[in-house]
Design a protein around this ligand. Structure first.
Ligand code: 5GP
Ligand code: ZN
Length: 142
């Protein structure tokens, strides 16, 4: 199929990828447009677009593999003083490929990567407000 998900094509071996890890639930491979050298994507092998659709055990497994990769990065002879893990869930969060993936990438001082946040007018919520928001999230937890 021409418009099949690109990460599903990678899983099936129909698109090339530089693979770091593969097991029965997930695959980890190099991002083709790395933030920094060593940028890895960890994905479930079964197609899932969003966090809400992800089996919790598979999610826990993805993090286990991401954790191992994060530990391996500074040992891998690359510039790595710290590590970011990042997951964009939904278009508004910056998701561009709609097959769930966890980014794991090296960071170092002066690497020019950063999250942009306009903090010129910070809203510091009162405790009441924080408690209300916490209560709303608690009620929504499954
Ligand atoms: P998102 O913005 O959805 O969180 O990230 C998508 C990521 O997938 C980007 O970092 C992009 O560079 C990467 N990407 C897009 N197409 C391909 C591809 O064909 N192969 C690989 N390895 N990475 C890809
Ligand atoms: Zn897919």
């Amino acid at each position: 199929m021409m418009n099949e998900c690109i990460f599903c094509r990678i899983v099936k071996g129909n698109l090339p990828a530089s693979v770091v890890h593969r097991d029965g639930f997930c695959m980890a491979f190099m991002d083709i447009q790395p933030v920094n050298t060593g940028h890895v994507l960890v994905i479930p092998t079964d197609h899932v677009a969003y966090v809400a659709d992800l089996d919790e055990d598979v999610g826990a497994h993805l993090f286990r593999i991401a954790q191992r990769i994060a530990v391996a990065l500074p040992r891998s002879f690359m510039q790595c003083e710290g590590v970011n893990m990042f997951l964009a869930d939904g278009e508004a969060a910056g998701q561009e490929v709609f097959h769930l993936h966890l980014h794991v990438f090296p960071r170092y001082r002066g690497d020019r990567f950063g999250f942009v946040w306009n903090s010129s007018l910070p809203h510091i919520p009162a405790r009441d407000e924080l408690d209300t928001v916490a209560e709303n999230i608690k009620k929504a937890l499954t």
